[in-house]
Design a protein around this ligand. Structure first.
Ligand SMILES: *Cc1c(COP(=O)(O)O)cnc(C)c1O
Length: 502
């Protein structure tokens, strides 16, 4: 794709032009709705309740309002308008049927304090979802309460802590975490009161058994593993690792945020894990990315069931569903039942796919990742270049030496091509990392387009590195100060620009 092409497209979509706010578009007297004729009703009779000056709302017609918001959404990236290969995030397409079911009034109009008799359907849905997840992942039981992956980690670690205390092993306070782990793992471990011990990966990108052995002691509370790990590689020694850690008296925690590679193929429960969390908002197709809501259910083996958060959903003797509190529980982790409508979406997704569909989801996710890995490794280094799971990590290290352009420059240039960049600079153990996760919902043409664009950018860097350094050229904003944008985001519209206030 040539520069003129992207320039024309940017022009057509007004991408690099000022986009007035809805307040700036306001013209006195315009409105979406005409208020009813009030000749029979005089609001001034309601003394003391009338505002002194009109509310500062934009005055705009319905059609202009629709165009305004559609125009804004066109300038955004989302799975609904293109590939979103953000590694470790599973930005798969979320089927619209999920929205239909989660908007059913029987679910949305229910109050969580309603008697169990009045909300049998919702209790049944959660009960069945817990059972389905237990089956898929080989665990005895699940709680659906945690609101995110990190929240699930915290919950799971509190369960391990309480369990260890209950068997007189409360002095075990060290949590082993591989150097490739997601940043939330050490953060959750510290929050749960553990000391973190980092264990190194070997030259194949896997947990090094020798290094691991040196960390095991009577202080070991457990290990937190991601499998496939964040390099997208399956931990081949997982059974040995489980045996070593269990023999040392520790518990095994599984970070199942991205379960897209293993669902209905391999079960963490069978690998020896005692606790795991899932991200329903990744693997089980609920939208995420704007800060929630999400769901991070936690599954446990039999010896830990009594510690799960309250309330638990049970079937009474008379066959009705009910909730109950368990005296050994770690307590409540979230109000009510967690983010219930996210659970409805995940339930819908699993029921729609069935066991064979869930398996096919995993198979295609792995196939797509390997397809991209094979093609991309022809022009970018892939340090651990062998069959991967649902994602893989390329490195821009040599590319940077050759061209003076960095992974960040590639990511920014992708924006000019209207392609969402992959995850960059994570995992930390790969220099100039580019972490690609296509997911199963992308077809071959979309994957080929991504490869073509990436290749064009890499080639261009060799003859015109400044083009990359200056990217993005055609987006509403250019290079932002990442740190400032995250720490002090300026997202407030200042009203003295508003024509209405003149
Ligand atoms: C996304 C992710 C998490 C954290 O999940 P949140 O819902 O963002 O808290 C943890 N571990 C891994 C491997 C992840 O990809």
């Amino acid at each position: 794709m040539t520069t003129e092409n992207i320039e024309t497209r940017a022009e057509l979509q007004n991408l690099h032009q000022e986009f007035p706010t809805v307040f700036e578009k306001s013209k006195a007297g315009r409105s979406c709705l005409k208020p009813p004729d009030d000749s029979l009703f005089d609001p001034s009779e309601m003394t003391g309740m009338l505002r002194e000056s009109p509310a500062q709302l934009p005055e705009i017609s319905e059609v202009d309002l629709v165009r305004h918001f559609i125009g804004l959404s066109n300038r955004n990236f989302g799975v609904d308008n293109g590939l979103y290969p953000l590694g470790s995030c599973t930005m798969k397409y979320n089927p619209k049927i999920n929205d239909v079911t989660s908007n059913l009034p029987g679910f949305t109009d229910l109050h969580p304090y309603q008697d169990a008799e009045d909300c049998q359907g919702s209790l049944q849905l959660m009960f069945e979802l817990e059972r389905m997840l237990s089956k898929i992942f080989g665990m005895a039981a699940f709680t659906l309460q945690p609101a995110a992956g990190a929240h699930g980690e915290f919950t799971g670690l509190l369960i391990i802590k309480k369990y260890l205390a209950s068997i007189g092993q409360g002095n075990r306070n060290e949590m082993i975490i591989p150097d490739s782990a997601h940043g939330t793992n050490p953060a959750s471990a510290v929050m749960a009161g553990f000391k973190t011990v980092e264990t190194k990966s070997n030259e194949r990108g896997l947990v090094d058994l020798k290094a691991l052995k040196t960390h095991l002691s009577e202080k070991t509370a457990g290990i937190m593993m991601t499998n496939p790990n964040t390099l997208g590689l399956f931990e081949e020694d997982v059974l040995n690792i489980a045996e070593l850690v269990h023999n040392a008296g520790g518990q095994l925690y599984y970070d199942g945020a991205n379960a897209n590679a293993i669902a209905e193929i391999a079960r963490p429960g069978d690998m020896g894990f005692d606790v795991l969390h899932l991200n329903l908002h990744k693997t089980f197709s609920t939208p995420h990315g704007g800060g929630g809501p999400g769901a991070g259910p936690v599954g446990v083996k039999k010896h830990l069931v009594q510690f799960l958060p309250n309330p638990r959903i049970v079937v009474r003797e008379d066959g009705l569903f009910d909730r109950t509190d368990n005296p050994d529980s770690i307590g409540r982790m979230k109000m009510f039942y967690g983010n219930f409508l996210v659970l409805v979406r995940a339930y819908t997704y699993i029921r729609m796919l069935g066991a064979s569909g869930v398996r096919r989801m995993s198979e295609i996710a792995v196939l797509n990742a390997n397809y991209l890995r094979t093609k991309i490794s022809k022009f970018l280094d892939v340090p651990y270049n062998r069959t991967c799971m649902h994602e893989f990590v390329a490195s821009g290290e040599n590319f940077a030496k050759e061209t003076g352009c960095h992974t960040l420059d590639i990511a920014k240039t992708l924006l000019d091509y209207r392609v969402h960049p992959p995850t960059i600079y994570f995992p930390l153990i790969v220099k100039e990392a580019i972490m690609v996760e296509p997911t199963e919902t992308e077809n071959r043409e979309t994957l080929d387009h991504f490869v073509e664009v990436l290749k064009t950018i890499v080639e261009r860097a060799k003859i015109d590195p400044d083009w990359l350094h200056g990217a993005p050229h055609f987006t509403p904003v250019r290079r932002l100060d990442d740190v400032l944008a995250a720490r002090q985001p300026n997202v407030k519209y200042s009203s003295h620009n508003t024509p209405m206030c003149e």
